[in-house]
Design a protein around this ligand. Sequence first.
Ligand code: AMP
Ligand code: MG
Length: 357
Amino acid sequence: MINTKIIEIDPSKLEEGNLEEEAKIKECSEIIKKGGTVAFPTETVYGLGANGLDPFSIKKIYEAKGRPSDNPLILHVASIDEVKPLVKEIPEVGFKLMKTFWPGPLTLVMEKSEVIPREITAGLDTVAIRMPEHPIARGLIEASGVPIAAPSANRSGKPSPTKAEHVIEDLSARVDAIISGGSSNVGLESTVLDITVEPPVILRPGGITKEMLEQVIAVVSTDPALEKDHQDLVPRSPGMKYTHYAPKADVVIVKGSDEGVIAKINGLVAELTAEGKNAGIISTEETKAQYSGGLVKSIGRRNDVNEIASNLFTILREFDETNVEVIFTEAIEETGLGKAIMNRLLKAAGYRLIEAI
Ligand code: AMP
Ligand code: MG
């Protein structure tokens, strides 16, 4: 058992150069420098950080999360210059992408250099690196003076945390400090892009969409193992093979026309209720009034994919607090950020998807 310090930092005050907030960042960076663990907000989700160049610090992350040791971590840097010593070379396309999307939710996989401990990469020859935008994340990395290894700050198997309360729930007494700094506004993890191959391959869809990448580099492919119909393939990103985001209830996605989906879900909920079981529904603002039974939670407005992304993990955690046994969710259109949302929903559902006619 560790005595976990909860440290509240206001990101906007920090950006204004408030000395009190800067002192709290300094305190957290001392913990990192001494080999400890600090959970902190980023714009994607909360991360659990430790000195990314120190194998003992890195091991603490795996222990606190209960993370399988074959699932590599992302290294977080505060500037493009810090990347050079961590990799063999930065491919031409890498510079272009960093200049366009950093700081932001894009992680780049490159050939690793000798300074990277094998504990980070789980034995792979490549390393995943990202420069976050969140002022607390950047402040902490700068003050620590080392790249920070940081996977999502949840216990393995739980949805990624987008609020400090989620982290406190999962990691209290397991880490040295948790920075409470508001909600993560993207709400989904970063896009992981392998740039060691030509054309680059999306290993995990996320905050930076395929469409956005294609405006900078003409051709981008996606790991076919991520598609629903290719469950026989092994994903190239080790983390994607695990059933992350799995809530306690079974999740079923229902896809089709609006009327078809609503009628199908209402029918399935009625059947379950008749069996004495508790059903939950993930609806949108526009459809929530049309469900006649079950516990309905709206994920946001149809045309606001950012709002839907930022609510997804919170809703899955909220259902864990209820006695709902099956959650039916409307499918989200798979364009732009919708691709990443559906990827997480499909994983939560163990790929159970029903077509409504
Ligand atoms: P998390 O930070 O918990 O969201 O997980 C990081 C994700 O990045 C996991 O899915 C990892 O498998 C993936 N990842 C990290 N390093 C690499 C790498 N070198 N090659 C491919 N995927 C990686
Ligand atoms: Mg994770």
